[in-house]
Design a protein around this ligand. Structure first.
Ligand code: HDD
Length: 708
């Protein structure tokens, strides 16, 4: 589908789009090219000639096609959209784009952190959730993640955590994976990482879709109102499609079948007009309440439980347009949490403070110089006016002879707001009276209470997945001391968790932290371990994916109808029509591409087959009636589809006539459950939809020792 959704920002993009159709080929200088197949040679069998500027023009550009990939978050997918502010929060902020009713163009980039640019989408990893708001008062970037806390408290440790998780320097292995020695060596020595390591070992780290994950600004920021008063704020993105995951075994298989699974899903959804939406929420904390909690709100390894400060929804973001060109837009977009618009300010979170340097610095390197703001994707919608000039790749043509301030020759322009009694960005007038110190606040020293809160807030299946994930990762660690050290950390979070993981490693967890871990912790907090303050709450429903609101929809979920020639069209439509009414996507999977013949006569085109597609890429399954069932009985990949669906706790429906096929699968009378929806028990439709809304049939896991 052609990009039809336009806004002030996409108009800028569109003005740079080149359309080659019906154009004659030229060199970069616009010279028409006569022959693009042959180099210029001295004779038919002779050497090539240096004067072949057409060849040189082509190759010199090709030789420079690659730019450095992002040092982290290299793998990403982007989309354009619109943010609409829906609530009046003028009491708290003067930010123009947050004024109720204001619509602001956005560009969003989702990413994985550790893998290279070409790595799988399905890595167990944090997902980046970066939003560039092209506001009337300049660009504002909310550069967050799908996990509300971070591994480390101080930006000084950022290169270290990244080096630890990236492939090991001697052999460049493993790709896009944290299951290796260096990562767990680092994590086990940094007790502050305990909280985030639980999140990353939870299902949050393997989303079903980029459209089905939450986003968080992570740090505490400040909103500033007209009077200059500050209110602390945490930002949340709440997906309208609920928060869903894939199973780890599925993730590994999907990586083989379709390493672009998330990228494709986002692209196709937008292309089909299924525009994903998120509500923007804020947790507002009056300045006076800064020290009110049992944790420090400036510590990025802590979240503010929604039970303590509810999330107020203030706007909605809709992604409604795919990029025209991946490189020009998704690759060249330059995010920077260190640049603000009036109405928003930083807090003193030491991780956030450190980020202010890193992003602009990395863009200068990655995008080759200081003019990356002029790339179409990065240009502010109302333009930029200052005396900065020249530099590599400069595109703007500054008029006149004045490029300094103050000036009289240019009429004093561009003027700064103050001179004309207008308003520009003003930093919050915070009073600071302190001694310089290279160290950490004692209020940052409790590393386990919130990790425990997170673990205790999970449902039983979710806890099982966490145990499985730690067991998987630590089994891949070769150094036994690292395994032991991490188990000791887990014991501090929750003894049961450590014991369960330890069983899978054949180790008994130590009840006390390893000496080396203590030594590092004491370097930051000399009296470590401290007595942790009493937490306000012991569990928080908002931390579990299973109990999230908005889970009750099956819109855009993919349901495989398993067919072959001779299938009954009426049996298909009996379920296809009601599922489509719910917004779900029905995909016919057959034995071959081309035309599928129906039992009743007539045909339909098939794009998906047992050869090209895999069970793990779908959410639910239905085998309709018809003569097709004889063919399916002889199709091992069909049986594999059903067995995998069963293994991964998904809903599977059978038309009455197809129920016989069950005999060939792992599903027996003994293990049949309410996720196996049989027509012989009555109308399928309602039961199937209800089961799908629950996402998975978790009871199936109870039968197994190790979770999916
Ligand atoms: Fe970062 C990229 C998110 C801490 C340094 N970061 C980057 C991206 C996201 C985040 C989503 C990808 C942006 C894009 O799509 O282009 N980073 C976070 C979050 C953090 C965080 C949520 C903590 C709460 N980051 C962080 C620290 C530093 C950096 C402490 C350095 C001091 N991050 C970078 C970077 C990157 C980056 C090296 C790599 C590519 C880029 O900036 O543009 O500068």
């Amino acid at each position: 589908m052609k990009n039809k959704n336009t806004n002030k920002k996409t108009e800028i993009i569109d003005s740079h789009v080149i359309d080659n159709s019906s154009k004659r080929m030229t060199t970069n200088d616009g010279v028409p090219i006569h022959d693009n197949n042959n180099t210029l040679k001295a004779g038919e069998r002779g050497p090539s000639l240096l004067e072949d500027f057409i060849y040189q023009d082509k190759l010199a550009h090709f030789d420079r096609e690659r730019i450095p990939e992002r040092v982290v978050h290299a793998r990403g997918s982007g989309a354009h959209g619109i943010f609409e502010a829906t609530a009046d929060i003028s009491k708290y902020t003067k930010a123009q784009f947050l004024e109720k009713g204001t619509k602001t163009p956005v560009f969003v980039r989702f990413s994985t952190v550790a893998g290279f640019k070409g790595s799988t989408d399905l890595a167990r990893d944090v997902r980046g959730f970066s939003v560039k708001f092209y506001t009337e008062q300049g660009n504002y970037d909310l550069v967050g993640n799908n996990i509300p806390v971070f591994f480390i408290q101080d930006a000084m440790n950022f290169p270290d955590v990244v080096h630890a998780v990236k492939p090991e320097p001697n052999n460049e292995m493993p790709q896009a994976a944290s299951a290796h020695d260096t990562f767990w060596d680092f994590i086990s020595l940094m007790p502050e990482a305990a909280h985030m390591s639980l999140w990353i070992m939870s299902d949050r780290a393997i989303p079903r879709s980029l459209r089905m994950m939450e986003g968080f600004g992570v740090h505490t920021f400040k909103l500033i109102n007209e009077k200059g008063k500050a209110t602390f704020v945490k930002f949340h993105w709440k997906p309208r499609l609920g928060v869903h995951q894939v199973a780890w075994q599925e993730a590994q298989k999907i990586s083989g079948y379709d390493a672009d699974f998330h990228r494709r899903d986002l692209w196709e959804a937008i292309d089909k007009g299924n525009y994903p939406q998120w509500d923007l929420g804020v947790q507002l904390i009056p300045e006076e309440d800064e020290m009110k909690f049992s944790f420090d709100i400036l510590d990025p390894t802590k979240l503010i439980p929604e039970e303590l400060v509810p999330v107020k929804l203030i706007g909605t973001m809709t992604l409604n347009r795919n990029p025209e060109n991946f490189f020009a837009e998704t690759e060249q977009v330059a995010f920077d949490p260190g640049r603000l618009v009036p109405g928003i300010d930083f807090s003193n979170d030491p991780l956030l403070q450190g980020r202010m340097f890193s992003y602009a610095d990395t863009q200068n390197y990655r995008l080759g110089g200081p003019n990356f703001h002029e790339l179409p994707i990065n240009r502010p919608v109302e333009g930029k006016f200052n005396n900065q000039k020249d530099g590599i790749g400069r595109q703007d043509i500054l008029k006149g002879k004045v490029s300094y301030f103050p000036n009289s020759l240019g009429g004093g322009c561009p003027y700064h707001a103050l001179l004309k009694g207008e308003k520009g960005f003003e930093s919050h007038n915070e009073k600071i009276d302190a001694k310089k110190i290279r160290g950490r606040s004692p209020s940052f020293a409790d590393h386990f209470t919130q990790a425990r809160l997170f673990y205790h807030s999970q449902t039983t299946p979710e806890q099982k997945h966490i145990i499985s994930a730690f067991s998987f990762e630590l089994s891949k660690v070769n150094d036994i001391d690292v395994r032991r050290r991490e188990l000791a950390v887990l014991y501090q979070v929750e003894p049961e968790l450590a014991i369960a993981v330890g069983k899978n490693l054949g180790l008994e967890p130590s009840k006390t932290l390893d000496e080396l871990t203590l030594q590092f912790a004491r370097a930051n907090h000399p009296n470590y371990p401290i007595k942790a303050p009493k937490p306000e709450i012991m569990t928080s429903a908002a931390l579990s994916m299973a109990t999230k609101p908005g889970q009750g929809t099956i819109a855009t979920r993919k349901i495989a109808f398993l067919v072959a020639d001779g299938v009954s069209k009426s049996s298909i439509d009996k379920l296809r029509i009601p599922l489509q009414k719910e917004g779900a996507e029905v995909v016919l999977v057959s034995t071959k591409v081309g035309m599928l013949s129906f039992m009743e006569g007539g045909q339909e085109e098939i794009q998906h087959t047992y050869l090209t597609d895999a069970s793990v890429c779908f959410d639910a399954f239905y085998t309709p009636a018809g003569d097709s069932i004889h063919l399916l009985a002889q199709e091992p990949d069909y049986i594999q589809f059903i067995n995998e669906a069963f293994r991964h706790c998904k809903a599977i429906a059978f038309a009455k006539q197809a129920e016989d096929l069950l005999r060939l699968t792992l599903i027996s009378a003994k293990n049949i459950d309410n996720g196996i929806v049989l027509e012989s028990d009555g109308e399928i439709k309602d039961r199937f939809i209800t089961i799908m809304k629950g996402h998975r049939i978790w009871e199936r896991e109870n039968e197994r020792k190790v979770a999916v």
